[in-house]
Design a protein around this ligand. Structure first.
Ligand SMILES: [Mg+2]
Length: 234
């Protein structure tokens, strides 16, 4: 059990609120499978057109070269490259998958009772994940426990806040939330992210969940589930 006094809690998703295997075994293959169809059918939609133009620009090919753009997007999925245009298009594909009922997300059973208790104590809750804000909100909207977005006051991603392993990103989030860094708690399974948040003056707790092999949290106080985090409102 870890005891923390804070005003707001910012959470990572993969390995923290949700199983990383859901992202790697369900979401990534789903985006991969639907990428060519999506880019072809939505080339005139502003968000997709802008993302396609960015990929084409990187490659030095015309935006009309759908084959080259799709190949690059699929390569980024396979190599787990956190590229903004990929994140944008994946978010759109997943939103459609959830809406169609093809996808239901994963959230660990201990998460919802903890979030409800923390909200009940007046804490502000937010998400900071490398997945786009749209993808984060889709995932929370279509959880096995229903729509959880009502519990979340703010969402941050790498395009709005910056990379997760840089202290500057956490300074930016603290400023956007208008909360003093010392009153903020960050929860993540990755030590480098916890280190960056701590460098920005935040409190941190690592998650080492059973079966989450990618987790590296080690040096900071860490817990196995959200039920082991005891919060008092600061
Ligand atoms: Mg994580």
């Amino acid at each position: 059990m870890v005891e923390i006094s804070c005003r707001a809690i910012v959470m990572d998703i993969e390995g923290t609120t949700s199983a990383a295997r859901f992202v790697y075994d369900v979401l990534f293959p789903y985006a991969r499978e639907h990428m060519a169809e999506w880019v072809t059918e939505h080339r005139d939609d502003p968000a997709t057109a802008a993302a396609v133009a960015e990929v084409a620009g990187d490659l030095g090919v015309p935006a009309a070269d759908t084959e080259a753009v799709v190949s690059q997007l699929v390569r980024w999925i396979d190599e787990d490259v956190k590229a903004a245009p990929l994140k944008t298009i994946q978010g759109l594909i997943w939103a459609q998958g959830y809406a169609r009922g093809d996808l239901t997300s994963h959230v660990f059973d201990d998460v919802v009772p903890a979030l409800e208790a923390w909200r009940g104590e007046g804490l502000t809750l937010a998400i900071y994940s490398s997945g786009s804000v749209a993808a984060q909100r889709s995932l929370f909207a279509h959880s096995p426990h229903g729509d959880l977005n009502g519990l979340i006051a703010a969402n941050f991603d790498i395009t709005t806040a910056g990379p997760k392993r840089e202290a500057e990103s956490y300074r930016r989030i603290a400023e956007a939330m208008a909360v003093d860094p010392t009153e903020l708690l960050f929860l993540s399974d990755i030590q480098a992210e916890l280190d960056a948040a701590r460098e920005a003056g935040w409190q941190v707790v690592g998650l080492l969940r059973e079966g989450e092999a990618q987790a590296t949290a080690s040096r900071d106080p860490h817990v196995g589930t959200f039920a082991d985090i005891l919060i008092s409102a600061g």
